[in-house]
Structure formats: C-alpha cells, structure tokens
Design a protein around this ligand. Structure first.
Ligand code: NIG
Ligand code: FE
Length: 414
C-alpha cells in the first residue's frame, strides 16, 4: 500500500456513469490538501484530506511527496486512429491552400494513401512506428486510449493493425482499448457490395476468433457507408458479441447520431453536422455518448460541433483527439480541452469531465476509470498549475510533472 500525499488540490468528476447536462458542471469536486492511497493492485483504496486519511490508514509502506502539485484524473482518449504508417503533411498543406477533405480524398489522398503504406508493413513495423504517438500521449496525461484499425481494409491488414495496437500497449504501458474499423472506406480493389460481404463474412469472424477488438465502428457518412449499410454491419457485429461505436454526422448530416442511439452504440463521434433531432436522440439515449473531436474540426476548417446546445439538451458529451495522419495529427488531449473551451464554449469543468469520465463511458470503462475515487484504477496526473482553468488557458504547453498509471509513476519524476 502506498500513499501519494501533499497534493495541493485534487479535482475529479464523481461517479461510475457518464455525466450529462448540468451534471457536467455539478458532479465535480475539489479536495484541498489531498492524499490518495493506492493498494498493490494499483486500485485507489482511499481519497481525502491528508489529516483524516493518515489517521485512518495504517500499514502504509511507501509515501510519495507530491510537493504541492495539483492532481487531475488521467485523460481517457476514447477516439484515436493511432496505428498507421507514414504521414500526410502534403494534405495538411493542400488544406492550407483551400482544398476540402473530400477534394483531397478524390485527388488520391485521404484514407487510401495511408492504406497503401500500411499494407506494406508488418505488425512489428507498425507498432515500432506508431508507438511514439502513444508514448507522447502518455507523457501528455492520457492513461487510457482507444485505438481503431481502419487503414488496412482487408482481413489480413485489419488484423495486423489490431495486433500492432495491442503490442503498442505492451511497449508503452498505455492501456489500450481496441476497435475494429474495417468499415472506414471501401478498398480500391472492391465494390461497395463486395466489401460489405467481406466485412461481415471474413473480417468480423477473424476479429472474433482472434479476440482482436472489443468494439466495432463504422464511418457512417456521405461517400462512405450509408445508414442501411451501417446498420447491417453493426447488427452482425452485435450478434457476434461486439459493442458498437459510430463515426456519425461528420461530413454531412445523414442521421448518424440517431442511428447510433437506436443501435445502442456506446458513442456517436464527430457530430459536426448533427441535426436537432440527432441531439434529442442522444439526449434521450441512456448509453450513447456524444464524442466531439475539436482538433479535427479545426484541421478540416469546419465549424465546431454544437457542444453547448448538446449539453443544454441533456447529452453526455466526451472529447477526444481523433489522432490520425489525415484530419488530426495530434495526440494531445490538453489541446482538445483548450479548443473545447475556446471554440465550443465548454466550461473547463465540463471539458475535464468530457476528457475523463465521459470518455471512459464512451469505451465502457466508467465503472473503473475516469475519476479519482475509491475503488477505481489509480490513474492520475500531477500538474504544476494553480487551477483547473489554467489547463485550458495555457494553450499547447504541458505543465505535467508526473503521470501515474495503475498507481505507478510512468512518465516524469517528482
Ligand atoms: O476520424 N472520419 C473518418 N476518419 C478519420 C480520418 C481518417 C483519415 O483522413 O485518414 C477521422 O477524421
Ligand atoms: Fe475518427
């Protein structure tokens, strides 16, 4: 048993489910002069003010002085595509010249150019290459990360990407949750119909057999997969025991958010073009978290998702990086928080909840992750900042001193 003591303030959301509406302002607490007790399994056994904790807890073998730093829960980045090969800075420049995401895709860029590079690489090469992004994320305060496949677009390469994602977790110490996104685009060698048959009859059975992913995601959008196709793929995945996430209403408002709610998806992601009916559907749904990706909106020069409207309607909102080589080359959750506050008018408290507990709910981890509470995994980060708002305010610069994962210091020293 060890004790992290001398924390000037600990700020955390409370609960084991996503917070919604005004709960995103109210269910957050500050403990001054705080202490966190962690057992040998890396689970928090007590949290509270130093005085009361020291009286209650005997049998502490290790004491760690946190030197008056401020503690926040580790970020849960619930939407990334952080296994890929190569880079696409050429597209970044094309966008600077005014070309749109869809124009670039039609000109031979986009998802297919990453697919070309992934198909030439082994799982070992992919994990060697991509691990640096995950290492960066850990040092920037992310302690749990969802990673999607989606740049393979064949049974063999999708499985290779999912194996690489697992390996990256072993190499870096990041906790990885894997999502199969075979339905990211249709590969050049197949028709839409042929590929959907392959997804359902070849890729899905292999993902299940090799236990390669927990979630199934579909890029449900104009020019990618229709609502009917999405429903068919997701129902097959659900029958096989998988949980669902959806890319929805990003490029066009096609009703993807409402479909996600109907399918019992854990999240509906992007939502740049969500309709009022979509907002109502997410507000009513008990499970589907509205996952917003402000770095992507900034990079593709789109107006941000209507976060305020969603929170006021009673949605549970999460934010994530969408880390990928095309539309969001960033693994920095703090940047997503700054943009949520600046671009989406979210309050710092709401942005923190969105980046922690609600992100955890979006990957079905809210009972164990996303807050600094008794019984949860000891994932927290010590910052040299005076307040929570400073995290959003100090744009693009990290004030992290130490990252604690499963009760152990994994990045930075005190
Ligand atoms: O989430 N929207 C779909 N997929 C990615 C982009 C993928 C790419 O351009 O490589 C996204 O933004
Ligand atoms: Fe994405």
């Amino acid at each position: 048993m060890k004790i992290y003591r001398n924390i000037s303030a600990l700020i955390t959301p409370l609960g084991k489910t996503a917070l919604r509406g005004d709960g995103m302002r109210k269910n957050i607490v500050t403990v001054k002069d705080a202490t966190i007790v962690v057992n040998d399994d890396g689970i928090i056994t007590d949290v509270g003010s130093e005085k009361e904790i020291l009286e209650k807890n005997k049998g502490i073998t290790e004491e760690i002085d946190c030197k008056g730093l401020l503690a926040l829960p580790g970020f849960v980045d619930s939407h990334t595509h952080a296994v890929f090969m190569g880079e696409r800075s050429n597209e970044f420049c094309m966008r600077a010249e005014g070309r749109s995401y869809q124009e670039i895709a039609s000109a031979g860029g986009g998802i297919h150019s990453s697919v070309e590079q992934v198909r030439h690489a082994s799982a070992k090469e992919i994990s060697q290459y991509s691990q640096k992004f995950v290492r960066n994320a850990l040092s920037l305060g992310t302690t749990t990360m969802e990673i999607k496949s989606g740049y393979g677009l064949s049974a063999e390469s999708e499985i290779t990407l999912l194996h690489a994602a697992k390996r990256i977790g072993e190499l870096t110490g990041m906790e990885i949750v894997r999502t199969w996104l075979g339905a990211h685009a249709v590969p050049k060698e197949k028709t839409q119909t042929e590929y959907i048959e392959e997804l359902i009859n070849e890729q899905l059975p292999r993902v299940i057999k090799e236990q390669a992913a927990e979630f199934c995601d579909v890029f449900c959008d104009e020019g990618y997969f229709t609502n009917e196709e999405t429903e068919r793929i997701c129902n097959a995945a659900k029958r096989a025991g998988m949980k669902i996430k959806l890319h929805a209403d990003e490029l066009a408002g096609t009703g993807g958010a409402a479909l996600a709610a109907k399918l019992g998806s854990y999240s509906a992601d992007h939502l740049l073009k969500i309709s009022n009916a979509g907002i109502v559907a997410l507000a009513k749904s008990e499970r589907t978290v509205a996952t917003l990706l402000p770095i992507t909106a900034m990079c593709i020069r789109s107006p941000y998702a209507p976060a305020r409207k969603m929170i006021e309607a009673g949605c549970a909102v999460a934010i994530a990086t969408d880390c990928n080589p095309g539309s969001s080359m960033s693994e920095n959750m703090q940047l997503a928080i700054s943009l949520a506050v600046i671009g989406m008018q979210m309050l710092p408290e709401e942005a923190l909840i969105a980046a922690t507990l609600n992100g955890a709910a979006a990957i079905d981890r809210a009972t164990t992750h996303g807050s600094i509470e008794k019984g949860k995994i000891a994932d927290f980060v010590l910052y040299d900042i005076p307040s929570l708002s400073y995290l959003a305010y100090h744009i693009g610069v990290s004030d992290i001193v130490t990252v604690v994962k499963n009760g152990k210091m994994v990045s930075g020293i005190l």
